[in-house]
Design a protein around this ligand. Structure first.
Ligand code: AMP
Length: 573
């Protein structure tokens, strides 16, 4: 049976802060609006003593329930608990994260009066499941297949964990693609009729939590990613935090009260700052107004666009350095860039746009695609191509992608020997010959690493495998051919073959640390089913409650209508 035969395939931009879902329909990529009528959905899941909330409903109650409202799961997904970035992130989360089995981060919440542990995959799957349901309502059919996007800098483990999350949400992932690559596809569609010859396009994607810059060439409908550079910890949230810090200081000066450890007050201030930041993209000045921020004190203060830019100038400049790095990696001068495309919600910030324009010597930026939606649209286009649903407009698109980090093995005890360099177009296959270091070695151990460090201790160990049963010989005589093979899904197969006997060994990285074991997967599927059953139970109770009431007033009926379309829950006893 073809996996593709089950309804339309959707494109999902699984962002750190927001999700956006699109489908190829009526000859174009259409955004699927959520149950609140919004085109993006916050990547939030909240747990209360009565229910589980997803998306907008979860985000709006964060200030009241900070320790049980989970966001930024994308920062944890596919990472180890001991990862310094995870350690640094969890210090800033209002919810608790502990070390789970196999060094995985586990999120702890109180749900229906009991302590519950969830992995980042499970949290992401809850949002993905909700989006799948919304897409099914919108399209009036079941939706099984999806193309999901990830930041360009996601490593194998993070990509596989994202795939696991989608799997837990009942989705079959046709392909995982890079966010900036998806944005380029959307952009290419817009410009295909008028573009002639070869174009170099720089995609600047500044989202809520990440920055991705890609250099892509488009020729006769063929997209080739030349280079990617990025920062997984630079985005809108960092700009919000700068503003929060600024106002915490002002509050302290004005009222002699330090709210820097008060998570509830900080969360409320952060919400206000995020709104103010967005307003400052179109106004020169705005006011922060938070009732009873702390100890019953109302907080009102103004901030100008210039002050906001001043607070963040070093971060904005960091974004431009990433652009420079991408161009250096692509060995391309900025004068060779034909178009600069901006995407991601934070790319609306005027100062960022100004710096980018200045860097490109006054070049006008391409903003013809809604920055929040470009990635999902590109993913939907890719989904349509993969399922053969696209029209002739899509048939000429061929997508080449690149490896974001170098891959290689450890040699001489601690040196990194690169087999596939960073920014190699994939799919790819590379072979290298390696030899023994000691006389009469009976086996060779291959440790596969990913990263840019010369020494393996600075890189990520993906896994190890052994080639045993090799013939006894002096050092340097026995030779093994090592083959690194990355398929279109970025799945890495590494094999080694001893050249005289033909004895082989290989590793496929489908089960290395960071990937769900089948038991973990089973447990999570079970948990997801329990959560769904609980949701269904809530829904039944609610329906019964409505029936029992018998005299439902209009207001409630309207809300109930939204509820049955999958909206945030309604409280009932
Ligand atoms: P994304 O990850 O692309 O969904 O972008 C989300 C980020 O974009 C959040 O940090 C938003 O606060 C930010 N954002 C959305 N609209 C604006 C705007 N008008 N000005 C500045 N930042 C914005």
């Amino acid at each position: 049976m073809s996996d593709h035969g089950e309804g339309p395939a959707i494109g999902i931009d699984l962002g750190t802060t927001n999700l956006c879902v699109a489908v190829w329909q009526n000859g174009r990529a259409e955004i699927i609006v959520n149950d609140q009528g919004k085109r993006t959905t916050p990547s939030y899941v909240a747990f209360t003593h009565t229910e589980r909330l997803v998306g907008d409903a979860a985000k709006t109650q964060v200030a009241r329930n900070p320790t049980n409202s989970v966001f930024d799961a994308k920062r944890l997904i596919g990472r180890r608990f001991s990862d310094p970035l995870v350690q640094s992130d969890i210090n800033h989360f209002p919810f608790k994260v502990i070390e789970g089995p196999g060094d995985t981060p586990m999120i702890i919440v109180e749900y229906k009066g009991k302590e519950r542990h969830f992995s980042a995959e499970e949290i992401s799957s809850m949002v993905l499941r909700r989006m799948r349901e919304i897409a099914e309502d919108y399209l009036g059919t079941i939706v099984k297949n999806a193309v999901v996007t990830v930041p360009a800098y996601f490593n194998d483990s993070q990509r596989k964990a994202t795939r696991d999350a989608a799997g837990l949400a009942g989705l079959n992932v046709l392909r995982i693609i890079n966010e900036p690559t998806a944005a380029t596809i959307a952009y290419g569609l817009h410009r295909m009729d008028s573009s002639i010859g070869k174009k170099n396009v720089l995609i600047f994607d500044l989202g809520g939590g990440t920055t991705d810059v890609s250099l892509i060439t488009i020729e006769k409908g063929v997209f080739e990613v030349k280079a990617v550079a990025g920062d997984t910890h630079l985005g809108g949230e960092d700009f919000d935090n700068r503003m929060v810090k600024h106002f915490v200081n002002i509050f302290k000066r004005q009222h002699k009260v330090d709210i820097s450890k008060n998570s509830k007050a900080l969360r409320r201030l952060k919400n206000a700052c995020e709104k103010a930041k967005e307003v400052l993209s179109s106004a020169m000045e705005t006011t922060i107004d938070v009732d009873s921020l702390c100890n019953g004190i109302d907080f009102i203060s103004t901030i100008t666009r210039a002050k906001f830019a001043e607070l963040n100038m070093d971060l904005f400049r960091k974004c431009i350095h990433i652009v420079e790095k991408c161009l250096t990696d692509a060995k391309m001068d900025k004068s060779c860039v034909h178009d600069v495309v901006v995407t991601g919600g934070s790319s609306r910030i005027p100062k960022v746009q100004e710096l980018l324009r200045e860097f490109f010597n006054g070049k006008e930026l391409c903003k013809c695609i809604n920055p929040d939606e470009a990635v999902a649209c590109g993913a939907a286009v890719q989904a349509a191509i993969l399922t053969g649903m696209g029209n002739e407009k899509l048939q000429d698109i061929v997508l080449l992608d690149v490896t974001p980090l170098s891959l290689g093995i450890e040699v001489h005890g601690s040196d990194m020997s690169i087999v596939i360099p960073r920014n190699t177009a994939i799919p790819t296959k590379k072979k290298e010959i390696y030899t023994t270091m000691r006389d009469n070695q009976t086996s060779m151990l291959f440790s596969v690493y990913m990263g840019e460090g010369d020494r393996t201790c600075d890189n990520n160990l993906l896994g190890q495998f052994e080639l045993s049963g090799i013939p006894l010989a002096p050092r340097g005589v026995t030779k093994a051919k090592l083959c690194f093979d990355i398929d279109t899904n970025r799945i890495l197969n590494v094999s080694a073959k001893e050249m005289t006997t033909g004895v082989t060994s290989k590793i496929t990285f489908t089960n290395y640390k960071g990937r769900l074991s089948s038991e973990e997967n089973d447990r999570m599927v079970q948990d997801a089913e329990i959560c769904k059953a609980e949701d269904d139970e809530d829904r039944k109770k609610f329906e019964a409650w409505l029936k029992f009431g018998g005299h439902v007033v209009n207001g409630i009926a309207t809300v109930a209508g939204l509820y049955f379309m999958g909206a945030g829950k309604i409280k009932f006893k």
